[in-house]
Design a protein around this ligand. Structure first.
Ligand code: NAP
Length: 502
């Protein structure tokens, strides 16, 4: 990993890399201990970094469930947030998130609060760790967009029975993550980059990511960029994982395939990650709080330790990073004193005993295994690359309706209702499939209907007044809960068609 810097920040090189350890300035890092096994793996990691004389002053804070219990909405105390704001670096244990109810994820809150837009998850074959893929020389990085997409967590129960989650992706967000990935590829001497999307189905949202790659590639002639569908990417990661060097994805897709990547090389216990933004960076294991093994002193701290190695490189402490990484590799390759998830059945040792072994290996290296040569990267500010269409035409209105009953009755009633207006009902769809005027008898119907209205004649120019006129009478007919205007930007439809729409 690197010291990532953005063009707006002062440091763009690694001033400390070649200094003797004693001369290095000490740097502050905020440590969020987290839930479950968090405090155990955090303590183990800090012990190794201290033993390696990393010049770091730790500022330790609680975070997660205990804070939620005290009513702290973010799950992180304000003084810890202030400290991250001021020093710009955090090492974080896993934080618990209730599934299906309760507070927002504190992890997601932190990523959004500090606009940590790049999630970097290296996946590489580790010495000594036996997996079905051990002989495949896997060495790639998943670069996942970290703040947009479904993770915006914008959800509605639009009817009592139908939930909606908005998948919001921006041109700017896609360009930022793509540029980051290309700079990372370059800094790590990688020659290929794959963008994995679902742009065949979500042509606009996921399509923006594909477009970002196509737009930026010409500026990176040293990198061969390719696009593949995310489902095929998952398949290829298993069939031929050695073909990948850098995989770029949107948030949700990246979440899933990076866990798949972790599984290829030994599991969540050894998978590190970094969350990088323009002003702050947060390093954490990919795994969660593993409540089943919490408090037993058996958790594997390797994932967080390797995340801390990424952090040291980010801080410009390349020698310390390489030394600790080598000690981990020697320990794993030695096969002695490993935690239960890695050791043969019944031979696992405690977290502490594993850490003792790593510390005893500081200064050792595996013959023939040299750390990758990392260089710093500087990211230019994106600037305004947004499109500003000269012509925006309103060409229709989708009115989402909460209704229990016969769709033909609804369709005919709405058709009759707007017969004397500028509008006509073009279709009604149910969860994306046209069900009026034609209904596929196999389509299961629910209480959620999208009624698509368009201009009665091509000559009619629709505007907000026409929208208001339609709505002002529509409420007598139906209970609507959501509206979406249909635009055409510079002559191009800016909305998708329903399944079955002509
Ligand atoms: P998890 O905590 O990652 O645990 C899944 C399983 O993986 C564990 O039961 C354990 O397997 C194994 N495992 C994970 N980390 C390990 C380690 N360091 N050493 C040894 N084994 C390890 O996933 P989860 O159970 O789905 O999620 C639990 C909680 O964590 C949830 O509240 C979730 O929201 C949260 N979470 C937080 C983060 C984060 O903070 N970034 C990430 C993911 C999940 P065995 O049971 O087989 O030992």
């Amino acid at each position: 990993m690197h010291q990532y810097s953005h063009s707006s920040s002062a440091a763009s090189s690694s001033p400390t890399a070649n200094l003797a350890p004693a001369a290095l300035p000490r740097q502050k890092v905020v440590v969020l201990q987290g839930d479950g096994i968090g405090p155990e793996v955090v303590a183990a990691t800090v012990r190794v970094l201290d033993a390696a004389a990393a010049p770091i002053d730790w500022e330790v804070s609680e975070a997660g469930a205990s804070l939620f219990a005290r009513g702290v909405e973010t799950g992180v105390p304000q003084d810890a947030l202030d400290a991250i704001e001021s020093c710009g670096v955090a090492l974080k244990g896993p934080l618990e998130t209730p599934i299906g109810f309760g507070n927002k994820s504190a992890n997601v809150t932190l990523r959004k609060l500090f606009e940590l837009y790049a999630n970097v998850r290296p996946v590489r074959t580790l010495p000594g760790i036996k997996t079905p893929f051990s002989d495949r020389a896997i060495d790639f990085v998943v670069v996942r967009e970290n703040v947009e997409d479904l993770y915006a967590g914008i959800e509605y129960m639009q009817t009592p029975n139908v939930a909606q989650c908005l998948k919001l992706m921006s041109r700017k967000g896609c360009r930022k993550i793509m540029r980051f990935a290309m700079e990372l590829a370059r800094a790590e001497g990688r020659k290929t980059l794959h963008t994995a999307t679902k742009a065949n189905i979500m042509k606009m949202t996921e399509g923006l990511m594909k477009q970002a790659m196509e737009d930026l590639l010409p500026a990176y002639p040293d990198i061969a960029g390719d696009h593949l569908l995310i489902d095929n990417c998952a398949h290829q990661m298993v069939i031929a994982p050695e073909q990948f060097e850098v995989i770029v994805t949107s948030n949700m897709n990246g979440d899933i395939i990076s866990d798949l990547g972790a599984g290829l090389v030994g599991g969540l216990g050894v998978a590190p990650s970094a969350n990088i933004g323009a002003h702050a960076a947060m390093f954490e294991a990919v795994h969660g709080s593993a409540p089943q093994i919490a408090g037993k002193g058996v958790a594997n701290p390797t994932a967080l330790l390797l995340s801390a190695v990424m952090m040291l490189r980010h801080l410009g402490l390349f020698d310390h990073a390489n030394r600790i990484e080598s000690a981990v590799f020697v320990t794993l390759a030695g096969g002695q004193d490993l935690t239960g998830d890695l050791a043969p059945k019944g031979q696992g040792v405690s977290t502490n005993a594993y850490v003792d072994r790593i510390i005893s290996n500081l200064g050792n290296a595996l013959p023939g295994v040299a750390p990758r040569t990392y260089s710093n990267i500087t990211l230019a500010a994106e600037g305004d690359r947004d499109l500003h269409p000269a012509v925006r035409e309103l060409v229709g209105l989708d009115v989402y309706v909460d209704y229990i009953g016969d769709v033909y009755e609804l369709g005919q009633r709405l058709t009759a209702h707007c017969a004397d207006s500028d509008w006509q009902l073009k279709l009604i769809s149910s969860r994306g499939t046209v069900v009026y005027p034609e209904t596929n008898p196999n389509t299961d119907l629910v209480d959620h209907w999208r009624c698509r209205f368009v201009a009665r004649h091509p000559a009619i120019a629709l505007d907000d007044e026409a929208v208001q006129k339609l709505l002002s009478t529509l409420h007598d007919q139906v209970s609507w809960m959501h509206l979406e205007k249909l635009y055409r930007f510079d002559g191009k439809d800016a909305f998708s068609k329903a399944q079955g729409e002509g």
